[in-house]
Design a protein around this ligand. Structure first.
Ligand SMILES: [Zn+2]
Length: 175
C-alpha cells in the first residue's frame, strides 16, 4: 500500500473498521479500494512481488510419456501460426485433480497436472488442456467494471475451434 493516495488509505481504514464492528461497508469506499487494487500499475507490482517471492518447485516439461514443449510447439503451429512465445511448461509435482492445468502469469508458466502423463491419457486430452492455457496467453484477462473476465466470448470462440473438444471434455469429466 506504500504510495497509495490518501483517499484509498481512508477507504481501507473504513472497510477494516466496518468489518471489525460488523457494520455495512460504504459502497463508494468499496469501489475506490477495488479500483485501486485492480488498476494496472498495482496489479503489476503485485505480480512482481509474487514473482520475487516465488518459490515454486517445477518438475519440467519432460514427463514419462509426454513432452509438453513438443505438444506446445505442434499446437502453436497448428492453431497460432507459430506466433505464441513459449512460456515455461511444466508437469505438476503431485497428481493434482482439482487444478488440471493453469497459466501462472507471475511466473509465465503453464502447469499441467501429472495425472495426464500416462499412456491411458489420450493425446487430445493433453492437447486440449494446453490449448486452453495457450488461449489465456492470447486473450489476457479483461476487466469488465470491477470483475475479471477470464474466459471472454472471443476466448470461447477460439476454444470451440479445437476439433476434439467434446471428447476431451468427456475424458476430463470421467477423470
Ligand atoms: Zn481457463
Amino acid at each position: 500500500m506504500e504510495g497509495a493516495p490518501e483517499s484509498v488509505i481512508r477507504a481501507i481504514a473504513h472497510i477494516l473498521l466496518a468489518k471489525l464492528y460488523k457494520k455495512d461497508i460504504d459502497p463508494a469506499h468499496n469501489v475506490r479500494f477495488k479500483r485501486f487494487t485492480t488498476s494496472a500499475s498495482v496489479a503489476r507490482q503485485t505480480e512482481l512481488i509474487r514473482h520475487a517471492r516465488g518459490s515454486k518447485r517445477f518438475s519440467g516439461p519432460q514427463g514419462h510419456f509426454y513432452n509438453l514443449e513438443e505438444v506446445f510447439d505442434l499446437l502453436n503451429m497448428r492453431f497460432f501460426g507459430g506466433l505464441l512465445g513459449r512460456p515455461e511448461l511444466t508437469w505438476s509435482e503431485g497428481m493434482a485433480k482439482r487444478s488440471l492445468g493453469h497459466y501462472d502469469a507471475a511466473h509465465n508458466t503453464i502447469v499441467v497436472s501429472r495425472v495426464f502423463d500416462r499412456p491411458s491419457s489420450p493425446r487430445y486430452a493433453i492437447e486440449y488442456l494446453l490449448y486452453h492455457e495457450m488461449l489465456h496467453l492470447k486473450h489476457p484477462v479483461k476487466m469488465r467494471g470491477l470483475r475479471r473476465c477470464v474466459h471472454s466470448r472471443e476466448f470461447k470462440a477460439d476454444e470451440a475451434l479445437f476439433p476434439e473438444l467434446r471428447q476431451a471434455l468427456a475424458f476430463i469429466k470421467r477423470l
